[in-house]
Design a protein. Structure first.
Ligand SMILES: [Zn+2]
Length: 417
C-alpha cells in the first residue's frame, strides 16, 4: 500500500510555478535531519477559478522533483473532493481528501444508526484511554446523537472512497477524510466515534482532518486560545492512537491539520506535542505561495510592483465578489485596508512588508494580506502577463517562496534552529 511518511506538508501552488522552491525547502529540512514528504494540493475551487486541470499539478510535481533530483516519495492531493468532483482528479492524484463536511448533520437510516449504537455499547459510560490520563463519560443518548450527526457522513465517505478504489485499485492511493469546513469543532469524544464509523466501513484512512476550536482564517495567524487548541489537539492524538489499536485502523493513521496557512501561534504546540508522543503529522499550508509571488513581484519593483498594486486596487473594488466563496475562513476589517491613494505612493519594500507575514512588523497588515489571498482570481484573469512577470523575476519570487515555507513554516513546526 502507498504509505504517507511520518511528517508531511501539504503545499499549495495555485499558479504552478513554485514547485522547485518548495522542493528546495523540503530538501533543506532533510539536510537538517527532518524528513518531510511533500504533498501538492489544489482544490476543485482553485482549479475552476484559475482554469487549470488536476493533471497540471501532477506535471508540476513531477517536473519540480525531477529537476531537483529529489528521489523520495511525494504525492498529489485531490483536495476537498466529493462524489461530484472526484472524477477528473482520479488519474493524476494519489492522495484524496474526501470532504464529508456537507453531509454532517444529515441522518442515516434508523437501522444503520441502531446497528452502530449497538456496536459501540461497550464504550458507554466511562471510557478511559489506556496509557493516558484521558477519560470520557458518554451516555447512550450522546452516542445516538453522535451517530445521528456523523454516521451519514461516514457512509458517504465510504461511497466516495469506493469510487476511487474502483478506478485506481486499493493499494494505489492515500485516503484522508476531512471535516474541517464546518462551523463547529468536533470534540475528542466525537472523533473517537467517527473513527469507529470509518473503521467499520474498512476505509484505509491514513489522515483525518477535524475542525478544531478557534478560527483558521486563510493566510493569517490562528485566532483563538492556543492552549485550548493544544489540549484539544493532544486529546485527539491520544484518541487516534487508541482507535488504531482498538478498531484496526492503519498503523500510520495521523492527524491532518488544514491550517489555512500561517498558524504560527500554534505551530510550537503542534511541534512539541507530536515530539512528546512520537507521532506524525500532516499540515496543509495551502495558498500562501500565491502571496509570496505577490510579495516577490512587489520587491522586484518597476512594472512588477505596478502589476500587484493594480491587483490590490482592483480587489478593493471587487471585494464582495472575491470574499464570498471564503466568507467562513476570512475576517477582514475594512477600515484597516489601505486606500488606493495610499498604496499608489508606496515603494516596493513598503508594499512587500505590508503583505509579508512577520508578526510584530509595524507595516504588516493582516487585513490586506487576507484580501490579496483571495484575490488570485484577478491574476488568473491576466494570466499571460502574470506568468511573464513571475518568470522575469523568478529569482526574487522563488526566494520569497522558499524562505516562507522553510523559515516561517517548517522551522517553526519542526523546531529547526
Ligand atoms: Zn480543509
Amino acid at each position: 500500500m502507498l504509505k504517507l511518511g511520518k511528517y508531511s506538508v501539504g503545499l499549495g501552488d495555485r499558479f504552478g510555478h513554485q514547485g522547485r522552491a518548495q522542493v528546495k525547502a523540503i530538501m533543506k529540512a532533510s539536510a537538517k535531519g527532518i524528513e518531510i514528504t511533500p504533498v501538492w494540493n489544489k482544490s476543485n475551487r482553485e482549479h475552476i477559478t484559475i482554469g487549470t486541470q488536476p493533471g497540471d499539478v501532477r506535471a508540476e510535481a513531477d517536473s519540480a522533483t525531477k529537476l531537483a533530483q529529489y528521489s523520495k516519495p511525494y504525492f498529489v492531493d485531490a483536495d476537498h473532493i466529493n462524489i461530484d468532483t472526484v472524477d477528473r482528479f482520479i488519474e493524476s492524484s494519489d492522495f484524496f481528501t474526501i470532504d464529508v463536511a456537507s453531509y454532517i448533520g444529515k441522518k442515516a437510516d434508523a437501522g444503520e444508526i441502531d446497528e452502530f449504537v449497538a456496536s459501540v455499547e461497550k464504550y458507554t459510560g466511562k471510557l478511559e484511554i489506556p496509557g493516558t490520563k484521558l477519560s470520557f463519560i458518554t451516555t447512550k443518548q450522546q452516542i445516538v446523537e453522535i451517530a445521528e450527526k456523523y454516521l451519514f457522513a461516514a457512509i458517504k465517505a465510504f461511497d466516495i472512497y469506493r469510487k476511487i478504489e474502483k478506478a485506481k485499485g486499493k493499494q494505489n492511493f492515500i485516503t484522508e477524510v476531512s471535516m474541517d469546513e464546518v462551523s463547529h469543532p468536533q470534540t475528542p469524544v466525537e472523533m473517537f466515534y467517527i473513527l469507529k464509523m470509518l473503521a467499520s466501513k474498512n476505509i484505509p484512512l491514513q489522515t483525518i482532518a477535524p475542525k478544531f476550536s478557534g478560527r483558521f482564517n486563510k493566510g493569517v495567524d490562528y485566532a483563538g486560545d492556543p492552549l485550548k487548541f493544544a489540549s484539544e489537539f493532544e486529546s485527539d492524538l491520544m484518541v487516534i492512537d487508541f482507535a488504531i489499536k482498538e478498531f484496526g485502523l492503519p498503523e500510520n493513521l495521523k492527524m491532518s491539520i488544514h491550517s489555512g496557512s500561517d498558524k504560527f501561534a500554534i505551530y510550537p504546540y503542534i511541534g512539541s506535542i507530536i515530539k512528546k508522543h512520537n507521532k506524525g503529522i500532516h499540515v496543509k499550508t495551502a495558498g500562501t505561495t500565491w502571496l509570496e509571488e505577490v510579495i516577490g513581484l512587489a520587491e522586484s519593483g518597476g512594472e512588477a510592483l505596478m502589476f500587484v498594486k493594480e491587483i490590490y486596487i482592483k480587489s478593493l473594488e471587487k471585494i464582495e465578489e472575491l470574499c464570498a466563496p471564503y466568507a467562513d475562513v476570512i475576517d477582514i476589517k475594512l477600515s484597516f485596508l489601505p486606500s488606493k491613494s495610499d498604496v499608489l505612493l508606496w515603494d516596493n519594500n513598503r508594499f512587500a512588508a505590508s503583505l509579508r507575514h512577520v508578526p510584530g512588523n509595524k507595516d504588516y497588515n493582516a487585513n490586506m494580506r487576507q484580501l490579496i489571498h483571495v484575490a488570485y482570481k484577478l491574476a488568473a484573469l491576466k494570466l499571460d502577463e502574470y506568468y511573464k512577470l513571475i518568470e522575469a523575476n523568478e529569482t526574487t519570487v522563488s526566494q520569497c517562496v522558499f524562505e516562507n515555507i522553510y523559515y516561517r513554516h517548517i522551522c517553526r513546526l519542526f523546531d529547526i534552529k
